[in-house]
Write a protein that binds this ligand. Structure first.
Ligand code: NAD
Length: 500
């Protein structure tokens, strides 16, 4: 099955990178084209500072064209009215093509945003699994017959919505894309994808594969560009029926306003987090738990929506436990993202890098105790090592705000009550973890945590069968599982009067 070679060593990945040829134009109406304005922006490798490509910088005129093509193809029915089993076949072909090109796709994400290639390969597995899962679901979902009297037959039909604009972030470029486009396409919609301006290249390679898989003209289009230009134009469009967004809470709020200012389009949001990871003194195997707690924040350079960025440790074990976390952090230092042994890579860009270092400075100024890290590594790339602060209080900036970097804030607590109150003391509600051997405590605390995901004796567990999303200001949508298909379809009620 595998068409691309299987690189194993740093030298293999470097050789493969040297031979890459990036598609950098927009994919619109079945063709790769420059932006109407001719403008481009630079895609840079944050691990080396090298320019990778000049990418088409789409804006309102490109959005208008893409939306009009998407509307036309949706109305034409070549995809929207295609039998679900046939859509499934094409999507499965796309998944196979992604599998055959997974090393190249992983490499593109690594070069574009700095994550270690080992993580990117994990993302590819997740993206491919998501496309297969949603493709397999779509011809197994039934409509309903409502329980009416015999003078009528009442049907509840499930239909695609129309044009879906998917706006995604840069931290898991292709995986976040798959979480949106797989259910949206499976349900029969026409989809316009706007990747992040910080990681546009894998989406454009995906467009080539989608075309090769046989997704019809105009059903899947990709518009690279900035949020305030092409993203905003899509969000304000009167002809876009649904916005599927993953990104920051601040931008999520803006998108809801754009929907209100335009056509009341559906807006599904997957936003930020400041997730609590609670370690009770009764948990076993503290070394293992500490290693998971460190990976929960340092994986993907801490650029993870569900990063376990607040570690709440019962005071009776706190000192000893922090020592174990520090030891685990020591083994998670950043390295060349192309080295398959690297646990952490580079920070995505200069803006994010400065932002993280600014938070670290504030942590020190506000009186938190810096236990390790805190200084950027020498260039040329943008590398920040695992950073741990102890003695953090809920009033401190680093204890409240999403940093989106490798910075762990450790809090102490004495009682279960206090731990739950501290965990919930945040505008976010994306993920929460707890480590304990006491089943009564586990169930009590799980019920009381205000969070879309609760991980018990693990961090970030889950597969395609589980919905993923937040509560509170972490958003209102659900990616993955068959529940995500509900977001991309409408219910139509049909009441048929029968002669009796
Ligand atoms: P961001 O909100 O800055 O950008 C996300 C996307 O929105 C990008 O494509 C961007 O170009 C676009 N955008 C920005 N302004 C826009 C506007 N005015 N109109 C339309 N589009 C606009 O977020 P980011 O920095 O790319 O990603 C990091 C954030 O994403 C973090 O807060 C993280 O927690 C969150 N995130 C959440 C999840 C989840 O599943 N809940 C997953 C990954 C990342």
């Amino acid at each position: 099955m595998s068409r691309s070679p299987s690189p194993r060593t740093l030298a293999d990945w470097q050789a493969m990178a040297a031979g890459l040829d990036f598609e950098s134009r927009a994919f619109l109406d079945d063709a790769f084209v420059d932006a109407v304005s001719g403008d481009t922006f630079t895609s840079t490798n944050p691990a080396s500072g090298e320019t990778l490509a000049r990418v088409a910088s789409c804006d309102a005129p490109d959005a208008e064209r893409a939306v009009s093509v998407a509307r036309e193809t949706f109305a034409g029915g070549e995809w929207s009215r295609l039998a679900p089993g046939k859509r499934k076949k094409i999507l499965l072909r796309l998944a196979d093509l992604m599998e055959a090109n997974k090393h190249e796709l992983a490499l593109i994400d690594t070069l574009d945003m700095g994550k270690p290639v080992k993580s990117s390969l994990g993302d590819m597995a997740g993206a491919i699994a998501c496309i297969r899962y949603q493709a397999e679901c779509i011809d197994k979902l039934y409509g309903e017959v409502a329980p009416t009297g015999e003078e009528s037959l009442a049907l509840v039909l499930r239909e695609p919505i129309g044009v879906v604009a998917a706006i995604v972030p840069w931290n898991f470029p292709l995986m976040m894309t798959a979480w949106k486009i797989a259910p949206a396409l499976a349900a029969g919609n026409s989809v316009i994808l706007k990747p992040s301006e910080k990681s546009p290249l894998s989406a454009l390679r995906l467009a080539q594969l989608a075309k090769e898989a046989g997704i019809p003209r105009g059903v899947f289009q990709v518009l690279p560009g900035f949020g305030h230009t092409v993203g905003k134009a899509l969000a304000l469009s009167m002809e876009v029926d649904c916005l599927a967004f993953t990104g920051s809470t601040a931008v999520g709020k803006q998108l809801m306003q754009y929907a209100g200012q335009s056509n009341l389009k559906r807006v599904y949001l997957e936003c930020g987090g400041k997730s609590p990871n609670i370690v009770f003194a009764d948990c076993k195997e503290l070394d293992k738990v500490a290693s998971h707690a460190a990976a929960a924040i340092f994986h993907n350079q801490g650029e993870v929506c569900i990063a376990g960025s607040r570690l709440l440790v019962e005071n009776s074990i706190r000192e000893a436990f922090i020592d174990k976390v520090l030891a685990a952090a020591e083994s998670m230092q950043p390295g060349d993202p192309l080295d398959p042994e690297s646990f952490m890579g580079a920070i995505v860009d200069e803006t994010q890098y400065r932002r993280i270092l600014d938070y670290i400075r504030q942590g020190v100024e506000e009186g938190a105790r810096l236990r390790t890290g805190g200084q950027a590594l020498d260039g040329p790339g943008l590398f920040i090592p695992p950073t741990v602060f102890d003695g953090v209080t809920p009033q401190m900036t680093i204890g409240r705000e999403e940093i989106f970097g490798p910075v762990l804030a450790v809090f102490g607590f004495d009682t279960e009550e206090e731990a739950v109150a501290m965990a919930n003391d945040t505008p976010y509600g994306l993920a929460a973890g707890l480590w304990s051997q006491d089943i009564d405590r586990i169930m009590r605390v799980t019920r009381r945590l205000q969070s879309g995901q609760v991980f018990v004796n693990n961090w970030a567990g889950g597969d395609q069968t589980m919905p993923f999303g937040g509560v509170k200001q972490s958003g209102n949508g659900r990616d993955k599982s068959h529940h995500s298909l509900e977001e991309y379809s409408s219910l139509k009620s049909v009441w048929i009067s029968l002669a009796t």
